[in-house]
Every structure is written in structure tokens, then in C-alpha cells.
Design a protein around this ligand. Structure first.
Ligand code: NAD
Ligand code: UDP
Length: 314
């Protein structure tokens, strides 16, 4: 069945892949973005498709529109961007999500909220199941994002209990792939861009902190399947449960690019989580969540994207 779908943050990294997949499945897609971290080039190939519309709008302002599915992906995801205007980040998660829940209430649309592994903060439980309540510093430099996303989850569940809004909440773990912004400071894009330019690879801290990196196609399949799933609101973890140290990631990027770059260590940012790995049992049980792209394969595709991008900008 095809839907009239709103994708907020649709010109961003994950949002643009989601718009593509939704169009492929025969839906009408309205992509909404304020272009804070999103780029027109991410969706340029979709413009002209009669089933694709683009709206420049900021979700902190209400919007009146008729849809039956909402994917709320709008929010800067990289620490560099979300910390550049922390009050705005909080507004995007709290006021923005409230506006979209209001839209879902009026239209009866199902709303999927893109939450994050950051709700677990610097976790004392490893790997992290959805039942873990997290360890977040509410006054630190990551709080605008972490607490904003936590409050957004609260709003989803209160709109669900009070007004019967049909919600799906996903907690996304570190995702990477083509169309990440080269300058947004996330570890995979930073390391690849540095390696391709032959610049020093900047490991923050000693590189023993871990992350679990998910290739964007696997995440988008999980998002699509959970949105279709009946009978569970989430929250459900989505990501990849292969765990790597940041040092291992740097070495893998150097190997796959054949770069001469050196690894250098820089100070670890405040409140940087020491380890992170999703417990994916619930996603496997509910939607038969499967991973198809091992790190090496996903990195190769992402390296290729950044290679082509640097040629097209040269
Ligand atoms: P991104 O920065 O590439 O995309 C976010 C998009 O939202 C951008 O296009 C940006 O312009 C838009 N946006 C930001 N504030 C907005 C506002 N107020 N109004 C309208 N549009 C706005 O980031 P991404 O990696 O694609 O992340 C997408 C979503 O997934 C975010 O909600 C993020 O918190 C979540 N998430 C991502 C990851 C990850 O590893 N990539 C991990 C956990 C959660
Ligand atoms: N990181 C790093 N070098 C960089 C960018 C990031 O060592 O150039 C580290 C960062 O300190 C963190 C990990 O890589 O420990 C993942 O960082 P990212 O910003 O991608 O995501 P998050 O910290 O939000 O998981």
C-alpha cells in the first residue's frame, strides 16, 4: 500500500536514503528540511520525480500538511553541529517533535521518531538493551542532543498515551555511508577524508573507546520494516552489533584507502562515551532485522563516495 509520507530532515544523510527507498516502494514523498546540515545535492537526483516534493521549513515552527506517515529525522547528528547552537538543537528535538506529534494527532498519521543510542549516555550496561535507562550528564556539552532526544521520546509516549498517536520510536546507533557530510566531524567521514587527502588521522583520546558502525542501507531497511510493523511502539535499537575501537577503525581506513596518513592523538572531548554496542535482540524478534554489510564492505562504498566527491569538487 502506498502512503503520503513526510520525511523531516530528508535532505540529510539518512533522510535522503530514506526518501529514495520510500519512492522506490511507490510512496509519495514530501521532503522537509531547513538545510542546516542537509544538502540539496543529496536529493538533487529526486527533484523532477512527480512523487517527490521538497519544502524548506524549520520543524520548530508548526506546519499544516496532509500526510499519513511521518519520519521525523530532522536534527543535526554530529557533535560539531549540534554543539554549535545547543539551544537550537534542544528546540529542534523538543518543539520540533511536539509540532510533528501535533500534526500526527490531527491527521491520524503514524509517526516514526529517530532517537539515538545517545539516550544511553556513557553506558554502565554493555551491550545496551532498550530496557537500560542510560547514564547521561544533563548539564554537559552533549546534553542538548542527548536530553533533547530523551525528551522527544517522552513526548512521543505521552502523545501516544494521551491522544492515541500511532508512534514508532527507534534508537539509531552510529551509522555511516555515502552522503555523510565531509565536514561534519563524525569519525568515519573524518578518517576517510583525512586518509584520502593524506592528512593526519585524528584519534581523540587513546583510541580505545568503542563504537558499532552500521552501513546506511541496513539501517534504512530496519527503519522501513519497523514503520510497517504492527503492534509495537518501540523503542527499538537499530544499528550494527560489530564493535570496534576507534584505533581499529583508523587502521582499517588506512588499509582500505592505501593512504600514507599518520595517526595522531588529540584530546578526548568531554563526556565522550567509552563504549557502545546495541543489543539487537528486539529488532531481530520484531522485524527479523538482518545485517548485510560488514564494516569492510560499507567502508569501501563510503570511501568510493568521498573519492568521487573530491574529484567532482576539484
Ligand atoms: P544529518 O545532519 O545529515 O541530517 C539531519 C537533517 O535534519 C539535515 O538535513 C538538517 O538540515 C535537518 N534539520 C536539522 N534541524 C532541522 C530543523 N529544525 N528543521 C528542519 N530540518 C532540520 O544527520 P543524520 O545522520 O542523517 O541523522 C538523521 C537523524 O538520525 C537525526 O535525527 C539524528 O539525531 C538521528 N541519528 C543519527 C545517527 C547517525 O549515526 N547518523 C545516530 C543516531 C541518531
Ligand atoms: N573521534 C575521533 N576522531 C575524529 C572524530 C571522532 O577519534 O576525528 C571519536 C570520538 O571522540 C568518539 C568516536 O570517534 O569517541 C565517534 O565519534 P562521532 O562524533 O562519530 O560519534 P559519537 O561520539 O556521537 O558516537
Amino acid at each position: 500500500m502506498s502512503h503520503n509520507v513526510l520525511v523531516t530532515g530528508g535532505a540529510g544523510f539518512i533522510g535522503s536514503h530514506l526518501c529514495e527507498r520510500l519512492l522506490d516502494e511507490g510512496n509519495h514523498v514530501i521532503c522537509l528540511d531547513n538545510f542546516f546540515t542537509g544538502r540539496r545535492r543529496n536529493i538533487a537526483h529526486l527533484i523532477g520525480n512527480p512523487h517527490f516534493e521538497l519544502i524548506r521549513h524549520d520543524i520548530t515552527e508548526p506546519i499544516r500538511i496532509e500526510v499519513d506517515r511521518i519520519f521525523n529525522m530532522a536534527c543535526p547528528a554530529s557533535p560539531v553541529h549540534y554543539q554549535s547552537n545547543p539551544v537550537k538543537t534542544m528546540k529542534t528535538s523538543v518543539l520540533g517533535t511536539m509540532n510533528l506529534l501535533g500534526l500526527a494527532k490531527r491527521t491520524g498519521a503514524r509517526l516514526l521518531q529517530a532517537s539515538t543510542s545517545e539516550v544511553y549516555g556513557d553506558p554502565e550496561v554493555h551491550p545496551q538493551p532498550e530496557s537500560y535507562r542510560g547514564s547521561v550528564n544533563p548539564i554537559g556539552i552533549r546534553a542538548c542532543y542527548d536530553e533533547g532526544k530523551r525528551a522527544a521520546e517522552t513526548l512521543c509516549f505521552d502523545y501516544h498515551r494521551m491522544h492515541g498517536v500511532d508512534i514508532r520510536v527507534i534508537r539509531i546507533f552510529n551509522t555511516y555511508g555515502p552522503r555523510m557530510d565531509a565536514a561534519d566531524g563524525r569519525v568515519v567521514s573524518n578518517f576517510i577524508v583525512q586518509a584520502l587527502k593524506g592528512e593526519d588521522i585524528t584519534i581523540y583520546g587513546d583510541g580505545t573507546q568503542t563504537r558499532s558502525f552500521c552501513y546506511v542501507d541496513d539501517l534504512v531497511t530496519g527503519i522501513m520494516n519497523f514503520m510497517k510493523h504492527e503492534g509495537h511502539t518501540g523503542p527499538v535499537n537499530l544499528g550494527n552489533d560489530g564493535e570496534f575501537t576507534v584505533q581499529q577503525l583508523a587502521e582499517e581506513v588506512i588499509r582500505l584507502t592505501g593512504s600514507q596518513s599518520r595517526i595522531v592523538n588529540q584530546p578526548l572531548p568531554e563526556d565522550d562515551p567509552t563504549r557502545r554496542r546495541p543489543d539487537l535482540s528486539l529488532a531481530k524478534e520484531l522485524i527479523g532485522y538482518k545485517l548485510t554489510a560488514p564494516l569492510e564492505e560499507g567502508l569501501k562504498k563510503t570511501i568510493e563516495y568521498f573519492r568521487q566527491l573530491s574529484h567532482s569538487q576539484a
